[in-house]
Ligand binder design. Sequence first.
Ligand code: NAD
Ligand code: WQD
Length: 339
Amino acid sequence: MTILVTGGLGYIGSHTVVELLQNNFQVIIVDDLSNSEKFILDNIEKVAGKRPVFFPFDLKRKELLSQVFDAYEIDGCINFAAFKAVGESQEKPLDYYENNLFSLINILQEFKKRNISNFIFSSSCTVYGQADEQPIDENTPLKMPESSYGKTKQMGEEILKDFATAYQKKVSLLRYFNPIGSHPSALLGELPIGIPNNLVPYVTQTASGIREKLSIWGNDYDTEDGTAVRDYIYVVDLAKAHVKALQKLMAENEETVIDIYNLGTGKGSSVLEVVEAFETANDVKVPYQICERRAGDITIAYANADKAERELGWKADTSLEEALRTTWEWQNYLVSREL
Ligand code: NAD
Ligand code: WQD
């Protein structure tokens, strides 16, 4: 089976490509390197022992995309390619709508034209906003996200539901909670460009001395220690869920399938708990200061991921400490390569 993985050199994509190769899928990556580096391709090969086919172009370039579909018999797609910086999306909403939605539609047009099914979409827990109840299951009502980035995820889901219904296709919408960590080989991980927005990359760079101090955005939330709570899922566990979701789609007898899964651990951790777990796992200090809340942040979000366990036979079982240990090893690898 040949799978097109868009954004396959990115953070979650690269880990998923390794899992696909290890499960004997052929992989074709399209990634324009807008948020990734070419050396990740070499590292995928080092980890998986196989080199995926790679095309460096922007998915908005329809004619190039069409040529890939001409050249290979593609059986499905995992679509990671998207811009993902929440703050930036507020400044450049059109760039976000254009990149995230035009890319998606271009691939779906090829699927329609060539009668291909099996499409997996990277969605996000951001589609739930601040849910009224925790944990969040798939029936929790969606709230329009505040950011344009979040809206591209909610719109992407709607586009895919219509696509599946109108053209009898199989799609899986995977709502990730907060992915963290790196590959145990320390050869793959997140490459934050510039100052990280996300908690774990900022913690890691602070421990490494690149940043002076972590700013904890608010300690007056209605949570046990006053800092906000999230569900941090290890990226390798997350990558494995994609293979399971794909295998399930492929095995379905129904022509039209719309699967929706929350992918999280089911456990909430506060910002302070993450800092402490990082310090314990790696025996390093993370200096921090308490600051005002960050605009747009929610108080608490963690998953009920029972549906994925029931239907995919998948569970995220790597501990927070273990995930944070891999992050530190990846950081040391980046430092050793002067990246
Ligand atoms: P990432 O930025 O590391 O990976 C995305 C990859 O897509 C990058 O390698 C980038 O170069 C590529 N890309 C972007 N636009 C492209 C285009 N038009 N054509 C070709 N390539 C393009 O991001 P990630 O963290 O691996 O996230 C993967 C997906 O998961 C995204 O869709 C993201 O929105 C979603 N997601 C991420 C998180 C998270 O916290 N990391 C949480 C929920 C959902
Ligand atoms: C986690 C917690 C911060 C940085 C974002 C997107 C969401 C999804 C996941 C893609 C929050 C606190 C952070 C820092 C801090 N992505 N924090 N100091 O906000 O849950 O979600 O990533 O779909 O759409 O919005 O993740 O890692 O930014 O923050 O105190 O320097 O850490 O306030 O409580 P978030 P995050």
